[in-house]
Write a protein that binds this ligand. Structure first.
Ligand SMILES: Cc1cc2nc3c(=O)[nH]c(=O)nc-3n(C[C@H](O)[C@H](O)[C@H](O)COP(=O)(O)O)c2cc1C
Length: 268
């Protein structure tokens, strides 16, 4: 453990460590294949490591004693920059092993205040990519959201820990599947390659929403200015119409963009 920590601090800024975590019943299943393909896209000098949770008999910490297996897993997570979290959807939710892992890690993933509230702590600003799969077909999954709950659970935990989401990958129609379809293999590989250019701190979501606000304010001003100039709208109350339009349009557009880019994105 100590050796690894020295290595990271010596080389910490030169390369990324990408840690794959697999929470599935099968070590050689299709979920593992997606994870392995993503990791295969990571190029030297960046490094990869993989944790198959079934190999780690962790238990919740006790008041008087920390679980040594959790200590080991926590250290691996601290020593890495990007986590690829892969778990199938079981019974419409996140596979139990991954969920149990998050449950046991709760007090390590976040700082808990005196009221029991959670706050990002030592894992803040790391990055993650999540993977899930299901027997359900692509269209049915898109409509009914079979895998939504799995993603939502991971996102909830990561957001509490302040870990930044990069992307999510889903594979449908997995019944009887032993090899990844070529297109999915390429997508996984491409995302693995993209991990090579992750910068250690780059959450620009707030910046993007601020930019969106000013873009809408500018475009609405030009549009309404033209309407006003050509007498296409009543001449009274320009500013109140303008301000209410910008605010309402911004909230609606922001919500729909968030829904399609974050919630529904690629759940097919
Ligand atoms: C216990 C269990 C429960 C599952 N529940 C669902 C489910 O509710 N909906 C679904 O579409 N697929 C379900 N599946 C299929 C898995 O999501 C997954 O796609 C499949 O196990 C392939 O992953 P693997 O090869 O990595 O094991 C389930 C599989 C198992 C073993």
């Amino acid at each position: 453990m100590e050796t690894e920590r020295i290595e990271i601090s010596d080389w910490g800024d030169c390369f990324l460590k990408v840690l794959g975590i697999l929470g599935a019943h099968r070590k050689d299943g299709i979920t593992e294949k997606m994870l392995a393909t993503v990791l295969a896209g990571v190029e030297a000098p960046n490094q990869t490591d993989i944790i198959y949770l079934e190999d780690y008999p962790f238990k919740p910490d006790r008041k008087d004693q920390q679980d040594p297996v959790l200590n080991e897993l926590e250290q691996k997570m601290l020593n890495s920059d990007v986590w690829v979290l892969a778990a199938p959807t079981y019974w419409g939710g996140l596979a139990g092993k991954m969920k149990d892992f998050f449950d046991c890690m709760r007090e390590r993933l976040v700082r808990i205040d005196h009221l029991g509230g959670t706050h990002p702590d030592r894992f803040k600003d790391k990055h993650y990519l999540n993977i899930t799969d299901c027997y359900t077909g692509a269209f049915e999954n898109w409509v009914t959201g079979v895998t939504d709950q799995s993603f939502r659970t991971i996102d909830k935990v990561m957001s509490a820990a302040g870990v930044i989401k990069l992307h999510e990958l889903v594979l449908t129609n997995t019944y009887g599947m032993s090899e990844l379809p070529e297109s999915k293999k390429q997508t996984c590989l491409e995302w693995g390659k993209r991990l090579n250019s992750v910068r250690k701190r780059d959450d620009s979501t707030v910046k993007r929403y601020i930019e969106l606000f000013f873009m809408i304010a500018f475009m609405a001003f030009v549009t309404m200015g033209i309407q006003f100039g050509f007498h296409l709208v009543p001449r009274q109350g320009f500013w109140i119409s303008y301000l209410s339009f910008v605010l309402i349009f911004y909230v609606l557009l922001g919500s729909i963009l968030h829904f399609f880019t974050v919630v529904k994105h690629r759940r097919r």
